[in-house]
Design a protein around this ligand. Structure first.
Ligand SMILES: *Cc1c(COP(=O)(O)O)cnc(C)c1O
Length: 452
């Protein structure tokens, strides 16, 4: 069958408030052309992020009612720990309130001025936490990642030669750990191959460096490995996930992605001393080690979510639905980062509106256009997010249509396709933007813009 159907039925519905084009024009101006400042009730299809925006299952809601809210040693904690241990194989498991809390604890312990943290591509909060520790965040994507029309099956891979060269240049003693982001969010939601992870592991072994995963989308990454890598088709996602984690010495996870929950995070590690220090920091900044800034019910929702996310029916629908959106845009002549990623479609805004130069934020212009045309909210991933004082220009100007998990139906996807194609036909009308006010870091969340 060609028709994509959701492998679930709807038990509870949340109305969407429809808006008119005139209303949206006024709202966009009031928000200073920054869709982060638009109220969610004024959005028809919210593709700002796939983070914490998913729908939970009836089993997750049931688990939340069963939760134990004891401060220390709650049953919910043990269920969370056992579930994460079963999926990842790690012994040292800390709950945190979300991914960046795990990053904050990790880099506070391993980062300091003079040190360098390589990654295939740091996510924005990861980079901000590395830099906040005083260390330098270096991205080492493969060459193909810089070309939106290259259809390399594992475009999220780390550039192994560049990693070797970096270690030679700065010295292994200045690198506290190597990080690999699966899937590579900033690079287009592209997967990392098992082969590449093994190669990074080898380099790390040779230089005695720990390897950490930014494993927010570990299940989607494993699904791509199963689909695309020769010889992986007969394995289960669970097996592949386990092999990915077995290659690592630790991981940070935002459970708001493949944990299928609205809030939660995990910090994993093998080293006993690091775990001791991380536990102390967790107590200082998040909460006791058996709840990590979360309610017991959040831990139970994660325990169940990690089990559901590795189901093949779910992943098959998830990745196919995202791919469908990408293919429809490509057929209409809209350049996206190819091949379609797992959690999002990244529109190449430089190609979408070539009349707007990078300094005038073409990605931001397209994001504003999508809101005007369809009440669709998407995120700029380009010069607004990564640019600024003293930073190198990003390789591509992208707009991310991130797909919340189990939240929108296939007809919602068709609506997004239609609105995006209409905007594309009228792309000459898009105007560049300039920043009129911005905070010192993570400016995309709060900056105010004006049309040029
Ligand atoms: C979302 C995300 C994070 C940060 O997680 P939060 O839960 O938003 O704090 C880190 N890395 C990657 C790759 C992500 O996608």
């Amino acid at each position: 069958m060609q028709t994509i159907i959701e492998p679930f039925k709807i038990k509870s519905v949340e109305p969407i408030r429809m808006t008119t084009r005139d209303e949206r024009e006024r709202i966009l101006r009031e928000a200073s052309f920054n869709v982060f400042k638009v109220a969610a009730r004024d959005v028809i299809i919210d593709l700002l992020t796939d983070s914490g925006t998913g729908a939970m299952s009836s089993e997750q809601w049931a688990a939340m009612m069963r939760a134990d809210e004891a401060y220390a040693g709650a049953d919910s904690y043990y269920r969370f720990r056992d579930s994460v241990r079963e999926i990842t194989g790690f012994d040292h498991i800390l709950p945190t309130h979300q991914g960046r809390a795990s990053e904050r604890i990790l880099f506070r312990l391993v980062g300091k001025p003079g040190l360098v943290i390589p990654n295939n591509a740091h996510f924005d909060t990861t980079r901000a936490n590395v830099e906040d520790s005083g260390a330098e965040a270096v991205d080492l994507p493969i060459e193909e990642a810089k070309n939106s029309s290259s259809s390399h099956p594992f475009k999220g891979n780390m550039n192994i030669a560049a990693l070797e060269a970096l270690i030679d240049r700065v010295g292994a003693d200045r690198i506290p750990l190597v990080m690999v982001t699966v899937t590579n969010n900033s690079g287009g939601g592209q997967p990392v191959s098992l082969e590449n992870l093994r190669a990074v592991r080898k380099v790390c072994d040779r230089h005695r460096l720990p390897l950490f995963l930014d494993a927010c989308r570990f299940a989607e990454n494993a699904w791509f490995i199963r689909k695309r890598a020769p010889g992986q088709q007969d394995r289960t996602v669970r097996e592949i996930v386990r092999e990915m984690f077995d290659l690592a010495d630790g991981a940070t996870i935002s459970a708001k992605k493949d944990g299928l929950v609205n809030i939660g995070g995990v910090l994993l590690m093998r080293d006993d001393a690091l775990f001791q220090n991380a536990s102390t920091t967790l107590i200082l900044t998040e909460g006791f080690v058996t709840y990590g800034g979360l309610a017991g019910r959040d831990l139970d929702a994660m325990a169940q979510g990690f089990q559901e996310v590795v189901e093949h029916d779910y992943l098959s629908y998830r990745v196919r639905s995202t791919e469908y959106l990408g293919m429809k845009l490509l057929e209409a002549g809209i350049q996206i980062v190819e091949p379609p990623g797992g959690h999002a479609i990244f529109i190449d805004a430089g190609h979408f509106c070539p009349h707007i130069p990078a300094e005038q934020f073409p990605g931001q212009a397209v994001a504003c256009g999508l809101y005007r045309y369809g009440g669709i909210r998407a995120s700029e991933i380009g010069s607004v997010m990564f640019g600024g004082e003293g930073r190198p220009a990003p390789n591509m100007e992208l707009v991310r249509l991130a797909i919340p998990r189990r939240t929108y139906t296939q007809s919602h996807v068709d609506y997004v396709v239609e609105a995006t194609i209409e905007l594309f036909k009228d792309r000459e009308s898009l105007k560049g933007l300039k920043i009129i006010e911005q905070p010192p870091s993570l400016r995309h969340f709060q900056a105010r813009f004006a049309e040029i």
